[in-house]
Write a protein that binds this ligand. Structure first.
Ligand code: ADE
Length: 274
């Protein structure tokens, strides 16, 4: 694709900012510049919808207001606060990250992208989001909302659009003076497109639907953690009974959860790790 003309860039930016001015969302993580609070929001938002995160974010921050308190979080409490968002591994990664920040970075999140990318659970997306939203730096990154905006605006008749084709456009159109505001505006515009235009991301080469939660291994694992968080160590048979789930699937998920260090085994019984 040829470089965009100045007027094409101006028109595009105006469309995004016009929408943001009147329809932009007032989200709690936009009211802070605290890198910790922004990081927590971004990790939650990686795989969980905004509405669901809104119900959890405040409570989580009240319990763990900074890296120090999160680094010391007992696992049962951490998982209880994470419940309802799914993908519990993220909570463990977040705690591991907090421990590293406390142990190796004097409790402050580094603002150097090279250092950020080496930290537990921080990939290109989370690094970009933190650089833009916490440090207001003009970085280039994509998430599902941003991808949707560019596909809709610049690839109206194409299929299998690769991120490698989109990123140069993100770079060219970036509002380098207001990265924080610009990316917030892009995300809101992208969220709107999903509702009003079907989902332009179906035309992305990287598109994959999140598999339905109902009856998934994620659901089995979530229920297991829920009964174990509630109390004493339980055998696999007892867990299957209490959750009402297929014992074979329960057994399989228990093995996985133990491997990932969520739970430990004492004889025949399982419990949440400390
Ligand atoms: N999805 C991921 N990050 C987001 C953010 N900061 N605001 C709204 N939606 C998001």
């Amino acid at each position: 694709m040829k470089p965009l003309s100045d007027s094409a860039i101006r028109t595009f930016r105006k469309k995004i900012y016009d929408y943001y001015r009147t329809e932009g969302r007032d989200l709690p993580w936009r009211k802070t510049k605290d890198p910790y609070r922004i990081l927590v929001s971004e990790v939650m938002l990686q795989q969980t919808q905004v509405e669901r995160v809104l119900g959890k974010y405040g409570e989580f921050l009240a319990a763990f207001p900074d890296f120090q308190s999160l680094a010391e979080a007992p696992l049962p409490r951490l998982l209880r606060l994470w419940q309802g968002m799914g993908y519990n591994r993220r909570a463990l990664m977040l705690r591991l990250l907090a421990q590293k920040i406390v142990g190796e970075h004097r409790g402050r999140l580094p603002s150097d992208p090279e250092i950020l990318i080496g930290l537990p659970g921080i990939g290109p997306y989370t690094r970009g989001a933190v650089m833009a939203f916490a440090f207001n730096q003009p970085v280039v990154f994509l998430d599902t909302n941003i991808r949707r905006v560019y596909i809709d605006a610049f690839f109206p008749a194409r299929e299998k659009i690769r991120d490698g084709e989109i990123l140069p456009l993100v770079l060219q159109t970036l509002d380098v003076r207001n990265p924080r505001k610009w990316y917030n505006a892009l995300m809101d515009y992208g969220a709107m497109l999903k509702q009003r235009r079907g989902n332009p991301n179906k035309r992305s080469a990287h598109y994959s639907r999140q598999s339905p939660f109902e009856n998934s291994d994620r659901q089995v694992r979530g229920r297991i953690l829920k009964v174990l968080i509630g109390g004493s160590p339980l055998s696999a048979a007892r867990i299957a009974e209490e959750t009402g789930m297929d014992p074979v699937r329960v057994e399989k998920s228990l093995v996985a959860l133990e491997k990932e260090a969520f739970i430990a085994r004492r004889g025949r019984r399982y419990l949440i790790r400390a």
